[in-house]
Design a binder for this molecule. Structure first.
Ligand code: DQQ
Length: 533
């Protein structure tokens, strides 16, 4: 329809048109995955938010349904904002969300499906007694939003947490309820942190310390850790920490006393939310991925934002500090004829094309082994405080990197986006691996973000360096070391599109060669089924 159509994705979740932001109320119910999202029916910019709705049997192919909730009450007249689903043991579905009232107050509300025997749960009813929770005393009416999924205490009561701030301190209020209609504010805060500003879209859930299974949100006990995730509004970044939940004291505290907050993703990824998938016994993470082009381009495209490929989320038992994020296994069903490249030696300074066919939609898995002699001579590596953002990106030359993949690259590489590793040496003398993306040459357009970013990735004794990359026209999602560190990048090539998008291996180290093994699959598209009402 317009000159920017190639930027639409082939297998990521997006509505047919207009603006989308946060994932809302994801759940699995009666044979279908339900996905709701913040949606502006009126255009490709943020505003007029209501709840879009889609269903799927595999979280890959989606059917778009009519809007689930619109602004039709005084308490949500200025927006139906984010919220979460809770499945009750008797089969009821509870949806809690933030309404923006006629006076711009953030009020929490209850909604439920009109007809539980409708497998698609198309119609939603707002509880006549809404709003169910007003902002607490002393809290600004515009700083109180995004109720979580409820968890059940050992006494059989339900608790939720809601993000807020007092001054510059971000905080998590906890409410207790028995019927989801009347609530009691508990005197303690679940957690708070100074100088972090408003906490949006808090997520609070258990992970198992010794099993690969996900846990129901109410699970608790000896073998469980609790993850606190906060979307820090000022940063537009999602941070998590693994910690311990004390139900009796109604507090959560980070295991690491320094309370180091890790990002789910070091690129574009915000307002994320998990749910427990009881069909497959796993916890799934959804995140909103905004555009990094101009608003003008979004208006021209007629749409803005995609959702991440849903990610299975587990505690990394090897580090104990990180979560592992991995695209849901169902996405592998989109893989077409794969190609394998084994033990390719990439010399210092080399760039090797990997495919001749198009790869604007691709799933790529790569492993790298750095030359042993070069690693052994690591004393030659200068100590440095390396950070992806302050580095020269893929074009920098260092002793042990950068090396990795170039994707969405045209044959002359006038455009390319890297996902790469860089091994540096800390002042303590240890080697440290970073996982970075370099967007500086991603597009010849000049009104798009071209930052270099990324972060440290833990690499344990005996592990090879590995990355997986999902490429989909204007998005690249990268997962290093099984998903310990992730980067999502939005890029807008003008030449490296369709048949002209290729993949290369590169190694810009000055001394070390690397041995690379790569598997890659073109990905088929998922069909959008627009609701025709
Ligand atoms: N987006 C919603 C809010 C939430 C914010 C409004 C986070 O409920 O705090 O669209 O992106």
């Amino acid at each position: 329809k317009n000159m920017l159509t190639w930027q639409r994705t082939g297998f990521h979740f997006q509505p047919e048109k207009n603006w989308m932001n946060d994932p809302n109320g994801p759940m699995y119910y009666n044979g279908f995955y339900h996905f709701f999202y913040q949606y502006n029916q009126k255009g490709a910019v943020w505003g007029n938010l209501v709840w879009g709705h889609a269903v799927s049997e595999d979280m890959v192919h989606w059917t778009h349904l009519p809007l689930a909730m619109v602004s039709d009450q005084w308490y949500d007249q200025n927006g139906v904002w984010s919220g979460s689903a809770t499945l009750l043991p008797d089969g009821q579905v509870v949806m809690l969300y933030t309404g923006i009232s006629n006076e711009s107050a953030q009020l929490q509300n209850l909604a439920y499906p009109a007809n539980l025997s409708d497998p698609l749960l198309i119609d939603w009813v707002k509880y006549p007694g809404n709003p169910i929770i007003d902002p607490p005393k002393g809290i600004d009416k515009e700083d109180f939003r995004d109720p979580t999924t409820a968890w059940r205490t050992s006494e059989g009561k339900w608790r939720i947490t809601i993000g807020s701030k007092a001054g510059r301190t971000g905080l998590a209020f906890v409410y207790e309820t028995e019927d989801f209609k009347t609530y009691r504010l508990l005197p303690e805060l679940l957690h708070s942190a100074s100088e972090t500003g408003m906490w949006e879209c808090i997520d609070f859930f258990p992970v198992s310390i010794n099993s690969e299974n996900g846990l129901d949100t109410s699970a608790n006990g000896e073998e469980v850790k609790h993850v606190m995730k906060v979307s820090v509004q000022d940063d537009q970044r999602d941070y998590y920490v693994i910690g311990t939940y004390d139900e009796a004291a109604n507090t959560w505290s980070p295991d690491n006393p320094a309370g180091i907050w890790i990002q789910y993703d070091y690129g574009k990824f915000y307002a994320s939310k998990t749910f427990y998938d009881q069909k497959k016994g796993r916890r799934i993470l959804w995140g909103w991925i905004s555009e990094s082009d101009s608003e003008k381009a979004d208006l021209l495209k007629g749409w803005a934002s995609v959702q991440s490929i849903p990610r299975t989320l587990l505690l990394d038992q090897k580090t104990g500090t990180h979560l592992l994020q991995w695209p849901v296994e169902e996405i592998e069903g989109l893989r077409l004829h794969g190609k394998e490249f084994n033990n390719i030696k990439v010399d210092a300074g080399a760039v090797i094309p990997l495919d001749v066919a198009s790869s604007s939609q691709a799933d790529v898995v790569a492993e790298f082994e750095v030359d042993k002699a070069a690693l052994a001579a690591a004393e030659l590596v200068a100590d440095q405080e390396f950070s992806c953002a302050d580095s020269g990106g893929a074009a920098q030359r260092g002793y042990l990197g950068p090396f990795g993949l170039l994707v969405l690259a045209d044959l002359s590489r006038s455009e390319q986006t890297s996902m790469h590793f860089y091994i540096s040496k800390t002042s303590g003398g240890n080697l440290k691996t970073s996982f970075c993306t370099d967007q500086s040459r991603s597009s010849e357009a000049n009104d798009v973000n071209k930052e270099i970013y990324g972060s440290f990735v833990p690499v344990l004794e005996g592990e090879k360096l590995s990355m997986r990359i999902l490429v989909d026209h204007s998005i690249v999602e990268g997962f290093a070391q099984g998903g310990r560190t992730c980067i999502t990048s939005r890029v807008y090539p003008t030449r490296a599109i369709y048949q002209n998008a290729h993949i290369f291996l590169f190694n810009n180290a000055t001394n070390a060669s690397v041995l690379a093994s790569v598997k890659m699959w073109p990905m088929s598209s998922t069909t959008i089924h627009p609701n025709s009402d």
